[in-house]
Design a protein around this ligand. Structure first.
Ligand code: NAP
Length: 537
């Protein structure tokens, strides 16, 4: 059988667009299959009010093209969703990518055939596609997590999901709105919609740690000056463990690691930290990532910092988290705690009174009924693995990837491949740096490594490549050992990082925390050794 493509790429977000370009550069024929009606991936679907990146635009962007980084004009230090979506469309046009992207093509099943060494992909509309290689560029936070709350289907008002926000927006003015969830998404959205709605009730199960952040428009000439030094900016970014050298929530985290311990700080020193830097000062201690007692002390101090902002003492107390700081992805906000001083905003503490049921006209907790016109679910994602477990991915001997991950946990070799699934590459799979880094820096490395690998296989006449189970096992041991002595594995740490946010998902930390440069070094070493840990046939 003749293949029209060498590679099928699933997803036309940040990863899929660059993957297509890279494969073309290498002389390979590729096609991208995208389920949405437009390109953009995560940055298309998550167009809720206030959606914004938490890394600076100058760094949260492709570095592979000097032309693109010079031509595109960012307007803000941290870009909002519409600007990122527009940027990705600009890139698609600039690189003439659209002619190889099939939109409205939802891959629902894919099967590897041992005899032909090819994958057959089936789309929801019945169409099939065949190619020797598949790259899943399907995103780490793309499969929404719908909660299972009794009565959800009975609600007579509008039910909205932040991860599938209607195109064109929603008019919430004059409405009584309930938000379920207080993760990164909700923390961004709540201050924005509070200004619009008549009444806002925030249903909070786990309070967030969030750091106040200033986002601003670039001043005249500021961006041009940075662009003139883009080489240095990219170089620093490339060498930085998180792939972003400028100030971000992640770089703050790294600064904290080298700060003095809270356990030996005097009460005066602790209070001074809050006097000087508010909630940020409350957390700025080096021992809180490794010592649960230190983490608790910092959380108590954090509560004191919240109480200085939020006027109602009961609300302030309800906003103090119960999990260790750092176990979830750090959040930054613009005026989150101040929002709870508004007369039209109510915090509902689900730790005290859980949701009992959703009714046609609102939400019942164990204590009270809340009348609502709109319910917004900001309940997160089945991260890292959900985008592939929703597809029937069948590898050697018909084995389902969904079953492998259910039984063994989200195993992978380098986050790039899974044993038993030849010729299938994952961009930012579990066990890769993605989750705890600048996603764009991390994906560029993945895309380039995968492209080089496929080009090598073709040139050397290899038909298949497959991760070896032993190499995969060693990799998982390595990634999990890196976090073994941190609060990331504490039982109170329920995060999408370790799958604990998804009922029934096997708990395993899914990131790689030694940083992108070390990860790159290891990947290059493995490729240089003839793809050690992979079986080439
Ligand atoms: P998330 O962090 O997983 O938060 C989901 C929230 O929904 C949590 O507060 C969770 O509570 C709550 N929830 C889930 N099911 C619930 C239920 N049945 N009842 C009550 N509450 C429920 O998801 P997210 O906020 O969408 O953020 C996910 C990730 O996306 C972030 O960590 C970040 O990496 C990325 N993101 C980034 C940005 C940015 O760049 N600024 C913005 C948005 C998102 P529990 O914690 O108790 O489960």
């Amino acid at each position: 059988m003749m293949d029209s493509d060498d590679v099928l790429v699933i997803g036309a977000g940040f990863s899929g667009l660059y993957m297509l370009h890279r494969l073309r550069q290498l002389g390979l024929r590729a096609q991208v299959l995208e389920r949405a009606e437009k390109i953009g991936g995560t940055w298309l679907f998550n167009r809720y009010p206030g959606a914004r990146c938490d890394i600076e635009s100058i760094e949260y962007s492709y570095s592979f093209s000097e032309e693109i980084q010079q031509e595109w004009v960012w307007t803000e230090t941290m870009p909002a969703q519409p600007e990122i979506e527009a940027y990705l469309n600009f890139v698609a046009d600039r690189l003439d990518l659209r002619r190889d992207i099939r939109l409205d093509t939802d891959v629902t099943a894919m099967t590897f055939d041992d005899d032909s060494g090819r994958w057959t992909l089936q789309a929801a509309d019945g169409e099939t596609f065949v190619a020797p290689f598949v790259v899943a560029a399907s995103g780490i936070l793309s499969e929404p997590l719908e909660p299972d709350i009794p009565g959800m289907g009975t609600f007579a008002g509008d039910s909205l999901f932040t991860s599938r926000w209607p195109a064109g927006g929603v008019d919430l003015s004059g409405k009584r709105v309930g938000v379920i969830g207080t993760g990164s998404t909700a923390v961004q959205m709540i201050p924005v919609i509070a200004r619009e709605v008549q009444q806002l009730c925030v249903f909070q199960r786990s309070p967030a740690f969030t750091l106040p952040w200033q986002v601003r428009q670039f001043e005249a000439g500021e961006l041009d000056e940075m662009k003139a030094n883009y080489g240095e900016i990219r170089q620093a970014q490339r060498q930085h463990p998180i792939g972003a050298a400028r100030l971000s929530a992640f770089s703050v985290l790294i600064d904290m690691l080298v700060s003095p311990p809270i356990k030996t700080a005097t009460r005066d020193e602790q209070v001074r930290a809050v006097d000087e830097r508010g909630v940020m000062g409350a957390l700025n201690w080096g021992d809180i990532f490794f010592d649960i007692e230190a983490s608790r002390m910092a959380t108590a101090l954090y509560g004191e910092a919240i109480a200085r902002i939020v006027r109602d003492p009961e609300t302030a107390a309800a906003l103090v988290p119960s999990h260790p700081f750092g176990c979830k992805r750090p959040i930054i906000d613009q005026g989150y705690y101040q929002t709870y001083n508004r007369d039209n905003v109510t915090l509902v503490d689900l730790r005290k009174n859980p949701i009992r049921t959703i009714t046609p006209d609102g939400i019942d907790t164990a204590a009270e009924h809340y009348d609502l016109d709109v319910i917004i679910y900001a309940t997160g994602f089945d991260a890292m693995t959900g985008a592939l477990t929703r597809i029937d991915v069948r590898g050697r001997d018909g084995v389902l990837l969904r079953d492998v991950w259910a039984e063994q946990g989200p195993v992978s070799y380098l986050g790039l491949a899974v044993a038993g699934f030849p010729n299938l590459f994952t961009v930012q799979g579990p066990g890769s740096p993605a989750a705890a880094t600048n996603f764009v820096t991390a994906l560029e490395q993945h895309v380039e490594w995968i492209g080089d690998c496929i080009a090598h296989l073709k040139a050397a006449g290899h038909r298949t490549i497959e991760a070896m189970p032993e190499a995969q096992h060693e990799w998982i041991e390595h990634t999990t050992s890196l976090v073994a002595a941190t609060v990331l594995v504490h039982p109170s740490c329920n995060s999408w990082y370790n799958g604990a946010n998804v009922p029934g998902k096997k708990r395993m930390y899914m990131g790689y925390t030694a940083g992108i440069p070390e990860y790159r070094r290891r990947c290059d070493e493995i490729a240089g050794a003839g793809y050690a840990g992979f079986l080439l046939a």
